[in-house]
Design a protein around this ligand. Structure first.
Ligand code: NAP
Length: 783
């Protein structure tokens, strides 16, 4: 083994517990870092590991899901570990060294709870933490904690693995002298190391021989980008610099390939100048923008964006992260034969059922034309033969499978020069000579299919580009200024620039490619890095007792305005699609009809695939006599409408049934504009299905002074609520925004208990924490 520790694969185990794929990707990156540092290791999912006994050293990358629970793939692992006896004096894992990198979100309670629980449990079983655990917050950017944690891990591992090698059962050999942090570029640099790069006087950037797959060695070379330029119509190539090697290297034939597969007839001349491609005619992007009526930023606006301005002088050395090794290769078939494969068959996160094809029965606008947000109610009909497999109860939520908008996909295909290939069959495989260890085609991308379908259904092209992707994009950017700026954004020195201009601006890959036009990566680079396109979750507002074959949910149309680096205005992927089904209803500003009358009865041929999400807790109490306190501003009221519809039906069936007291705290902005389900909720109150219905109107403060938000009304009714909570074991349900509302509501309940429970040394926070453990403080909240 080269220069490395002679530790066997079993000695260092990298484990991941992933829900949406983040922890897995980080663990794979870490694996590359370890291997390139001469550390032998194994990489496994928690689901593949039975016991930790006999292991010497583990590094766990652990996501947390739901209300602090382990990811689905780690539940069994956790059950087994958690039930191990820690009360005895023995320490069964005393010979284990470990560390944990937890991924979580501080917008939710129980931040990184799974990682922290494993840490505590391992500690109590005698295992020794050899390196401080990291707790990364997705609310502020995982990379803030993940990057330095990973950078410093190899040296900690070296120290500790060398320590344990001195134990009798292991062999000891030379220790690696390599360091991932401090390698300075000196003309060549092995993959797996951080590099410093330097610009020359003309602003050309030389970042060394970074990867054997990289064909661009210096700015005069013809860059990769030429191999997959934008679709060029009837293309004529002129060469303005004879020193460039257009005539050799197979480049011309690559461009010819592009021409051959291009179906648009736009006349265009591409001038190759010092390895850069310059388009002489009207940009086809504008044609696509016109076709889809999108308000694309002009070239002038793009040039003035802070995102495109370099932040550091050219002399500044930049330290780049390792270049992720490329590992996918793609080939195309000319004929577009019939291809009968399911696009994405790997299970979705939190799936409690198979995806089911439903029919969109209706889409209804619930808000008035002048409401600040537009809310839709969507009704889906389940096929009869699925009803037995699809039982649900109020409080459940559904994942709706989504597709990227056609416009986004068309732009991306154009920018990648792949419009002509989009409907030919491709085959994807792992490169034989890849440097990436354990490389596989991502499980959510079929190895054979149509590119257009993959871009529409499998990968999230609107995701904020993560640093490894941006780092790879650098290699495919021809323009030196753009290239330098991308290097800044991904460099250690430019961490703040990345946070501000990419993460903070909610930039998508598409925006980045529109702004950095000379960046033209091969499709394989994107498929290696783009995350899975995840379903969108909604809480059901229907009751199976009323109509078992229907599920209904509500959502606000997400509007993403064109501003800063968002290159055109757009709607959320899922809610944009629903709104497109009832375009006239959503866009009409002059409709003065009352809310609720605006319904589109959809055509029979509109389908939506959905699956049931696992939800063990957010249900009505098993004992009907238990009082319930529901808090749901905005569309957070959705599951409670389901609760009340369900109760109404139960009451009709069994008039003897007695229920505990029920309270609903609802909040909206204006009573006439966005009071969702107003008549229905008022009817529930009149019929005493709902005993107390308290509403706050946040933008009508002059009417309800001091009751702007739900939490203000909770405090107002504190006396009664404290009694329900403390003496009658009421359950609190909270649904809605996690970022602010849920935290403020928690504080309101702390206040209520503090003021109204008159017991010496009573600790309201501890009481609420105990309620959470007893599943009496339940939240269905989303950031
Ligand atoms: P929203 O934007 O949260 O607004 C609803 C009301 O809450 C407004 O009157 C708003 O007032 C007020 N509000 C703002 N800040 C608040 C705070 N700190 N505390 C209490 N109230 C506050 O409503 P929404 O857009 O419908 O959002 C609901 C949230 O629920 C979303 O995050 C959604 O993802 C989530 N959710 C939805 C479902 C579903 O099935 N659709 C299910 C579960 C959760 P001002 O604007 O005047 O400040």
């Amino acid at each position: 083994m080269r220069n490395g520790l002679d530790v066997t694969g079993e000695d260092l185990l990298l484990l991941y517990a992933s829900q949406n794929g983040n922890a897995k990707v980080i663990a794979e990156d870490l694996y590359e870092v370890c291997v390139s540092n001469g550390l032998k290791c194994e990489l496994k999912c928690c689901s593949q590991v039975d016991e930790l006994d006999g292991k010497t050293c583990i590094v766990l990358i652990a996501s947390t899901t739901g209300d602090g629970e382990p990811p689905d793939t780690a539940r069994k692992f956790w059950r087994r570990l958690n039930k191990r006896d820690t009360t005895s004096t023995t320490t069964p894992l005393a010979s284990l060294y470990y560390t944990v990198l937890g991924l979580g979100d501080t917008n939710y309670t129980n931040f990184c709870n799974f990682g922290k629980s494993v840490d505590q449990k391992l500690c109590s079983l005698g295992a020794k933490r050899f390196y401080e655990c990291g707790w990364a917050d997705d609310g502020t950017g995982l990379e803030v904690v993940v990057e330095p944690w990973i950078e410093n891990l190899p040296s900690a591992l070296r120290t500790h693995l060398s320590t344990i090698q001195h134990q009798p059962h292991l062999t000891n050999t030379t220790q690696s002298t390599r360091n991932t942090r401090e390698v300075i570029f000196e003309g060549s640099c092995a993959c797996g190391e951080l590099m410093e790069i330097e610009s020359d006087k003309e602003g050309k950037v030389n970042d060394g021989n970074m990867n054997e797959n990289t064909e661009v060695k210096e700015s005069k070379d013809i860059p990769d980008v030429m191999k997959s330029g934008p679709d060029v119509g009837d293309l004529k190539i002129e060469q303005s610099n004879s020193s460039n090697s257009m005539s050799d290297s197979g480049l011309v034939s690559e461009v010819e390939r592009t021409i051959k597969h291009n179906h648009n007839n736009q006349k265009q001349t591409i001038v190759v100048e010092n390895g850069r491609m310059r388009e002489e005619t009207k940009d086809k992007l504008l044609t696509i923008a016109a076709k889809y009526k999108i308000d694309l930023l002009s070239q002038e606006e793009v040039e003035n964006l802070p995102l495109t301005s370099c932040a550091f002088p050219l002399e500044t050395k930049l330290t780049l992260p390792i270049l992720p090794p490329s590992y996918l290769s793609i080939s195309y078939q000319e004929s577009a034969e019939e291809l009968l494969t399911n696009l994405d068959t790997s299970p979705y996160p939190s799936a409690a059922s198979e995806p089911i094809d439903t029919i969109v029965e209706s889409v209804k606008r619930l808000t008035r034309y002048d409401a600040i947000k537009t809310t839709l109610e969507v009704k889906l009909r389940l096929p009869n033969n699925t009803l037995d497999k699809f039982e649900y109860e109020p409080g459940d939520s559904y994942g709706v499978l989504v597709r990227n908008p056609k416009c986004d996909v068309e732009i991306l295909l154009y920018l990648l020069g792949l419009t002509g290939q989009a409907d030919n069959i491709f085959e994807l495989s792992v490169m034989l000579d890849t440097k990436k260890k354990c490389a596989t085609v991502p499980s959510f991308i079929p190895a054979r299919g149509f590119l257009r379908n993959i871009l529409e259904s499998c990968v999230d092209i609107r995701a904020i580009p993560k640093k490894p992707l941006v780092r790879s994009l650098v290699e495919h950017t021809a323009d030196p200024k753009e290239r330098r700026r991308l290097q800044e954004l991904v460099s250690r020195e430019g961490a703040g620039e990345y946070s501000q201009h990419i993460r903070g601006a909610n930039l998508s890959l598409l925006d980045l490619l529109i702004i950095f036009r000379s960046c033209q990566p091969p499709i394989t680079t994107l498929l290696e890095h783009l995350p899975r396109l995840l379903p969108r979750a909604y809480s059901v507002i229907s009751s199976p007792l009323i109509d078992q074959s229907c599920v209904t949910f509500a959502c606000n149309i997400i509007e993403i305005p064109r501003m800063n680096s968002v290159t055109y205005s757009r709607r959320g992927i899922s809610t944009g699609w629903f709104s497109s089904l009832c375009k006239d209803l959503c866009d009409a500003e002059d409709i003065a009809q009352p809310m609720g009358n605006l319904t589109l009865n959809a055509h029979r041929d509109i389908h939506a695939e959905i699956y049931k999400r696992s939800n063990q807790n957010f249900h009505l109490p098993k004992q009907a006599a238990t009082p319930i306190i529901m808090v749901g501003p905005g569309t957070g009221v959705a599951p409670f409408v389901g609760f009340l519809r369900h109760r109404e039906k139960i009451m009709a069936i069994n008039q003897e049934q007695k229920f505990g007291e029920s309270w609903l705290f609802f909040g909206c902005r204006h009573r006439e504009r966005d009071f969702l389900f107003k008549e229905e909720l008022q009817r529930f109150e009149q019929k005493q299905i709902l005993n107390h219905f308290i509403v706050s109107f946040s933008r009508e403060e002059e009417i309800n002074i001091g009751s702007k938000y739900v939490q203000h009304n909770i405090v107002k009714h504190g006396n009664v609520l404290a009694n329900l909570l403390f003496n009658l074991q009421a359950i609190i349900y909270i649904c809605g925004d996690a970022q602010n509302m849920a935290k403020d509501v928690f504080e309101a309940f702390v206040n209520v208990l503090d003021v109204h429970v008159d017991i010496p040394d009573f600790k309201p926070r501890e009481y609420l924490a105990e309620m959470q453990l007893q599943r009496r403080y339940l939240q269905d909240i989303w950031a």
